[in-house]
Design a protein. Structure first.
Length: 311
């Protein structure tokens, strides 16, 4: 019988975990004739009682495994560590807050078993309950990165997906420090079927993603999978060099040949400030790419384990 491994990244999820375990256990019972289940909870440096809750679950259920980080390394690191350690033939990534409906698992499993797909992924078709400004910028981000990048990112895509072992091995082989999961899943390819569902509110606790964190995550995704911003900065620099040259020639002709006094302090100041802003923007783009390269070259570990029960 095949094994299905569930990876659950956790950061301060003590309230949600008992509810999540209860719901996912119902699914495991309904699928017990099809496959065996394995749960791997990743405690991403939680500051609440999350780890103790997981340990209590592991005492009651031998299928429950856990890894606890030495500090908070982020969800990307948590997902990567889970993908490295699980032993299942099929591997799923799920959030503990039940925004990823467990009831979809059986359908996802049946698709991989009976149809010609390597991955079954999910996407939200609505963003009900999410702040409108966040939804607006999220949609703009997907349109922007899909125009700039060679890979295609699906709007509303979740990390909730069920993958065959071959897909997981390919993802784990990409050991970059600056990780962007949705981009990596698209990069490795394989045949993917998408399941759509409406947005589900958290069952307990609070979201760990602020608008600023999502913005930084989006920038990381753009830098990781496209060099178009570098090309844009080059084009802007070239255009403004041409424009400034034309302006200097115009001022020279106007002053020397036609003997007209050059005036307009406000206009000149505005132009200087605008061009300076463009220069700083381009330097910032270059700096972002250099910083990512700097972090990669340090070759630091993606995560550090404090304790686990994998043996």
């Amino acid at each position: 019988m095949k094994k299905l491994s569930i990876i659950v990244p956790c950061f301060n999820e003590e309230e949600a975990l008992p509810i999540f375990y209860k719901e996912i256990n119902k699914i495991s019972i309904s699928m017990e004739k099809k496959c065996n289940f394995e749960y791997l909870f990743i405690d991403d440096g939680s500051t609440d009682n999350t780890l103790n809750v997981i340990k209590e679950l592991s005492k009651k259920d031998k299928r429950v495994k856990y890894i606890s980080f030495s500090r908070n390394f982020g969800k990307e690191a948590a997902m990567y560590s889970g993908l490295e350690k699980v032993t299942g033939d099929y591997i799923a990534i799920m959030d503990a807050d039940l925004q990823d409906p467990p009831k979809l698992l059986e359908e996802m499993y049946n698709i991989l078993e009976n149809e010609d797909y390597d991955t079954v992924a999910t996407r939200r078709v609505t963003r009900k309950g999410e702040p409108k400004i966040r939804s607006f910028f999220a949609r703009r981000f997907y349109k922007l990165i899909n125009k700039m990048s060679k890979i295609e990112l699906v709007d509303g895509a979740r990390n909730f997906r069920l993958m065959k072992r071959q897909v997981v091995d390919a993802v784990v082989s990409l050991k970059e420090y600056n990780r962007y999961a949705n981009g990596i899943f698209s990069f490795v390819g394989f045949k993917t079927k998408w399941l759509e569902y409406e947005n589900v509110k958290r069952i307990a606790g609070e979201t760990k993603w602020s608008f600023w964190q999502l913005f930084k995550y989006a920038v990381n995704g753009i830098v990781a999978f496209t060099t178009v911003p570098l090309i844009i900065s080059f084009i802007l620099g070239f255009l403004f060099t041409i424009a400034s040259s034309i302006m200097l020639i115009f001022l020279f002709i106007n002053s020397v040949i036609f003997n007209n006094n050059v005036s307009g302090v406000f206009t000149v100041s505005s132009i200087v400030l605008f061009v300076s802003g463009i220069q700083l923007l381009c330097i910032g783009i270059l700096g972002e790419y250099l910083s990512k390269n700097y972090l990669e070259n340090k070759n630091r570990p993606i995560y550090i384990v404090k304790e686990d029960n994998l043996k």
